[in-house]
Write a protein that binds this ligand. Structure first.
Ligand SMILES: [Zn+2]
Length: 229
């Protein structure tokens, strides 16, 4: 292959490597970000359930206090009846009313206890989830920065090699390469089975002969530089 074309091809290959490295870095960082988000979500779920449990417990305590209060009221009404003092009809009504409220409130307490119990199972589940997420995150926090550092070191090496090759190119070709790479990402493509491997346009025999002689000629279809096999 003619030297200029070979250099162009080398630059393109380095750029391909650089894009691949950038993708791998992005992916590794994405894994870390995903794990951080998963951990935060697991922690939020645990907090949310724990708070809900605390509220149920508070409601239960309030209901217990209400029960205490109505038991007292019932007791004083019973006292009135037993001693035959005061308004016994009113005392009986008070007892009935207290019984109703006590029934309702005791049912409420039972329901609150049941809700707490099912929530406790969910809290345990959330706790396991949170611990697992924390363990995964810790692992990823250990490996990802090292992986990223290695990929970045490789990137620097490839970039330096790329710049060396790029410097060998004629300035007009450099400018066109940069413009093409910015627009189409891939500036240099191979000819496969007689066609441009990017746009599939057939390369005419004269064009192919010129390329083989080392002329730097773009594809007539997509204007990327062609490299013969
Ligand atoms: Zn093409």
């Amino acid at each position: 292959m003619h030297e200029e074309l070979a250099t162009l091809d080398a630059v393109a290959q380095h750029d391909r490597q650089l894009r691949d490295l950038a993708r791998r870095i992005e992916k590794a960082q994405g894994v870390l970000a995903d794990m951080q988000a998963a951990h935060a979500a697991a922690e939020a779920l645990h907090t949310e359930r724990t708070q809900a449990h605390r509220e149920l417990r508070r409601a239960e305590k309030a209901a217990e206090r209400k029960i205490g209060l109505y038991k007292q009221r019932r007791q004083s009404a019973i006292h009135v009846l037993e001693n035959g003092l005061g308004d016994t009809d009113a005392a009986q009504r008070q007892i009935d009313q207290c019984e109703n409220i006590l029934d309702e409130t005791e049912t409420e307490v039972l329901e609150l206890l049941e809700q707490q119990e099912s929530l406790e199972a969910l809290i345990a589940e959330a706790l396991t989830g949170r611990d697992e997420a924390a363990a995964t995150l810790a692992e990823v926090e250990q490996t990802v920065p090292a992986d990223v550092a290695a990929l970045e070191a490789e990137t620097s090496t490839v970039r330096a090699a790329r710049e060396l090759e790029f410097a060998k190119l004629d300035p007009s070709i450099q400018a066109r390469y940069t413009a093409l790479a910015a627009r189409k990402r891939v500036a240099v493509v191979r000819i496969e089975r007689g066609s441009c491997s990017a746009c599939q346009r057939v390369v005419q025999p004269q064009h192919l002969a010129d390329l083989k002689r080392g002329r730097v000629i773009p594809c007539y279809g997509c204007h990327r530089w062609l490299v013969p096999v």
